[in-house]
Unconditional design. Sequence first.
Length: 408
Amino acid sequence: MMNLDAFEKRIAAGGRLTGEEALHLYRHAPTYWLGRMADAVRRGKHPDGHVTYIIDRNVNYTNVCVARCNFCAFYREVGSSEGYVLGFEEIFKKIEETRELGGVQLLLQGGHNPDLPMAWYEDLFRAVKQKFPDFKLHALSPPEVIHLSRMSKLSVPEVIDRLIAAGLDSIPGGGAEILVDRVRKQLNCFSKASADEWLDVMRHAHHKGLRTTATMMYGTVETDAERLEHMLRLRDLQDETGGFTAFITWSYQPEHTERGGREATGVEYLRTLAIARLVLDNFDNLQASWVTQGGKVGQLSLAFGANDMGSVMIEENVVRAAGASYCMDEVEIVRNVEDAGFVAKRRNMHYDILGDPFFRDHDVKRMLELSTAREAGDTSVPVELVNYPARSAAGKKQRSQGPTSPVS
C-alpha cells in the first residue's frame, strides 16, 4: 500500500523521488492525485501565474532520410519523387512570414539527407544570420548532429563548434524517443543515435554554452519502467550540466507509419506529464503538447504540471504526416491560457519573457491551419544545391540536371 500522505509531504518539502518510487506512483497513484502534486510543484516553481509560449516556426528543411525509423511517416527515401530540399530563398520567405507574426526563432530540423554536406548547413546558417541578424536558430537535433559528424568525419564537439560559428543558437531535443537502447533497436532508430550518443551530444552542447530542450515520445514498444528510465537519465544529465531549458513529452502518432498501432489515451498523456513534473525536479519548464493532444488537453495540461504552451509553430510537417493536424495560432493559445486562469506571456527559447501577446498590439492575420514545407506537387530543386557535392547516385543525377523552377 502507498502512503500518499507521506509522498505528498516529501514532494512539498522538495524531496526527490527515486526511480522505484516514481514507477510505483506512475502505476498506482490516482490520476487526480498525480495532477494535484504536479500542479503544486509547478506553482512552487512559477508562483507568478504566468504561462508562457513562443512564436516560432517549425521548418523541416528536407524529408529525405536514410535513418528509416519505423515510427516515422514523414521521411522519404533517397531518390523518392516526393523527396525535397528547401532552398535558401524559401527559408528566408518563411522567416519573413514568421517575423510578421511576432516570431523570433526558427526551429529547423530535417531528415538525414546524405546529399547535404556540412557546408550546406554552415552556408544556410550564415545566410540567415546575415539577412536576419537577431533571428534565432534553434536547430538540428542530436541525431542530425551525429549524422553530420559521421558524414564529415569530424567529432561531435567539432561539428557543434562549426555550427555555432555559423550561427547556431540552441539545439532542440528531437530524436530522443525513449533513451533505452532495447527500445531504440525495435524502433530502428538505434543506428541514428544510441541513448548514450543522444545524451553525449547534449552534454557537449551544454559544455559549450548552448541551451537545449529534452523530449520523450512514448507509446510504442517501451514499458512504463523504461519511460521512467528515460526521465531519470535526463535528470542525471541536468544535475551534471544544467543545460536543459524544458521537457516536452508526446504520444506516438501511428497513422501512416510502418509500425502502426494505436495512440495512447489523453489520460495516459496527463499521467505521463504529471510524473515527469515530479521526477524532473531540476527542470524549470514543462511544455504542453497541444500539437499531438489538441487544444483542450493542452489546456488541461496546465493543471498537470505544464507551465508552457510550447510553440505557435506556424508550420508543421512531421506529426501531420502521421495523421495529427491540430492548429492553434497565438490568439487561440492565449485564449486557452487565460480561460484556465493564467496570464499568457511571450518568451524566447531561454524562457526570458518578451512581453504580452503580440496580436493585441499588432494587426495579425488569423492562422486557422498550419502551413507545410511546400505546396503539394512542388518538386523544384533549389538553385544553390548545385554548389554542393552529392553522395548518392540519385543526388548526383539530380544536380547534373541543374535547378528546376527556382523560387522567385
